[in-house]
Design a protein around this ligand. Structure first.
Ligand code: ADP
Length: 456
């Protein structure tokens, strides 16, 4: 049985895992970089050890140092959180070979789903619909243009190793394709050390709807409903909600997609928590795009709607426990909306706004959850991503979740830096979002018709 967990991460997700450990009577151990000495995860964990310099490549991405720390501190499991090493099959394998439990899927499943072209191929063979596109990666430009024409413009060129919305380019004709093909390959090489790309039909104005999966090591695979993550900027999620306003109106489609999600996870012999992502067009056609083999930033909306603690489930599954409920036992009784609070200036093209938070006062009250590592006097280091918290508001209906979100955003005080709070307030009072009509094209339209002085 797991008695001590090393958390190979920082920020709010490290706190979230420490909280689950404490409730389960498991000891937690933080690792941190020299830039994170003042971080809350370092203060709140039972133990903490510094693993290197401020840059991620000198600390949170150093598998060797993390595993050494785990050996020295005699931990029996590592929780990777999201980002950093969470989807690194080699790291999972290293943990496996050092007899440290990796709280996540087996390295084999990470490998299958970590290459998006292989992932699509695997789930397609299992009967799950994928976005029409090239059969695997394409290296040669002449070949690629032929494939793009065959698929039909517009197409999207995507990195097989992609993540975080990087390495994706849209092309509308042969001329733009030639240019974007090279840009995408270069971007992918730079971001992921792997320039391999594949081509997909560009679905116009889709919704991004994903299903949360839990799978134990005894072959039971369940889904915990969907999250609608259509509000995105540059393919990066800003707001997530569950259930999806589109699927509220199409319950049969939800059933079909849930079954397809379970099938996709089964195809990768999946174990632990994971997410199957789909795009859904206006007519209700749905297409698998990828699987994330880790806990997601937006997992709290699912937790609030189902009442299931996903981090505890992850730990139980890693312990070899069976999921002690069935698909029919899962109840979806609330509506939850998450706003990502980023240290960015939405009035100035979302430029990062690191610095010292002079005053921090989070909202509270009925139906409000704040997962954040920020506090008054905290200095945000410039080395990591800009998310400093998540505001999750929930209630019996979408209308109440929306009203609560607006109310909680109005109460949320963060002084000394710029944040996305005013942007979220404007979205929560925007008729298109309130009507549940947002697609992935929403943010561009919203920004073009909303005066930026609203965000300051
Ligand atoms: P990443 O792993 O970088 O997050 P994804 O494959 O999950 O990349 O895609 C991220 C977002 O990019 C999607 O939510 C969607 O908005 C957009 N996208 C990806 N593929 C397509 C496509 N074929 N057509 C239209 N939009 C797409």
């Amino acid at each position: 049985m797991i008695q001590k967990i090393l958390i190979a991460n920082r920020g709010e997700i490290a706190l979230r895992i420490i909280r689950a450990c404490r409730e389960m009577g498991i000891k937690s151990m933080a690792v941190y970089s020299e830039a994170d000495v003042q971080s809350l995860h370092v203060q709140l964990a039972d133990e903490a050890i510094c693993i290197g310099g401020p840059k991620s490549s000198d600390s949170y991405l150093r598998a060797d140092r993390i595993i050494s720390a785990a050996e020295i501190a005699d931990v029996d499991a590592i929780h990777p959180g999201y980002g950093f090493l969470s989807e690194n099959a080699k790291f999972a394998e290293q943990c496996e070979s050092c007899n440290i439990k990796f709280i996540g899927p087996k390295s084999k499943s990470i490998r299958i789903m970590g290459d998006k072209a292989i992932a699509k191929d695997t789930v397609r063979k299992a009967g799950v619909i994928t976005v029409p596109g090239s059969d695997g990666p394409i290296e040669n430009e002449t070949e690629a243009v032929k494939v793009a024409r065959k698929i039909g413009y517009p197409v999207i060129i995507k990195a097989v190793a992609g993540g975080g919305g990087r390495g994706m380019r849209i092309a509308h004709n042969d001329v733009s394709f030639a240019k974007e093909f090279h840009v995408a390959r270069n971007e992918a090489e730079k971001a992921f050390g792997n320039g391999s790309v594949y081509i997909e039909k560009y679905i116009e104005k889709p919704r991004h709807i994903e299903f949360q999966i839990l799978a134990d090591s005894h072959g039971k695979v369940l889904h915990l409903g969907e999250r609608d993550c259509s509000v995105q900027r540059r393919h990066q999620k800003l707001i997530e909600e569950s259930p999806s306003p589109f699927l509220i109106a199409h319950p049969d489609l939800r059933k079909k997609m849930g079954k397809a999600a379970v099938k996709a996870a089964e195809a990768a012999e999946y174990e632990n928590a994971g997410t199957i992502e789909f795009l859904v067009d206006a007519k209700g056609n749905y297409y698998f795009i990828e699987m994330n083999t880790r806990i997601q930033v937006e997992h709290p909306v699912t937790e609030e709607v189902t009442g299931i603690d996903l981090i505890k489930q992850q730990i139980n599954i890693a312990n070899g426990a069976k999921l002690d409920f069935d698909q029919g036992d899962i109840k979806f009784e609330k509506h939850a909306i998450e706003c990502r609070i980023n240290a960015e200036d939405p009035a100035r093209n979302f430029i990062p706004s690191p610095g010292t938070i002079s005053l921090y006062y989070p909202p509270g009250g009925l139906g409000v959850r704040v997962d954040s590592h920020a506090y008054s006097g905290y200095t945000i280091p410039p080395h990591y991503d800009s998310m400093i918290g998540k505001l999750i508001c929930f209630g019996p209906t979408r209308k109440i979740a929306l009203q609560r979100s607006y109310r909680a955003l109005s109460e949320y005080l963060i002084r000394g830096i710029k944040t996305t709070i005013p942007l979220h307030k404007a979205i929560m009072s925007d008729p298109v979002f309130i009507d549940g009509k947002a697609t992935t094209a929403y943010m561009e339209d919203f920004m073009s018709r909303t005066p930026t002085d609203l965000f300051t």
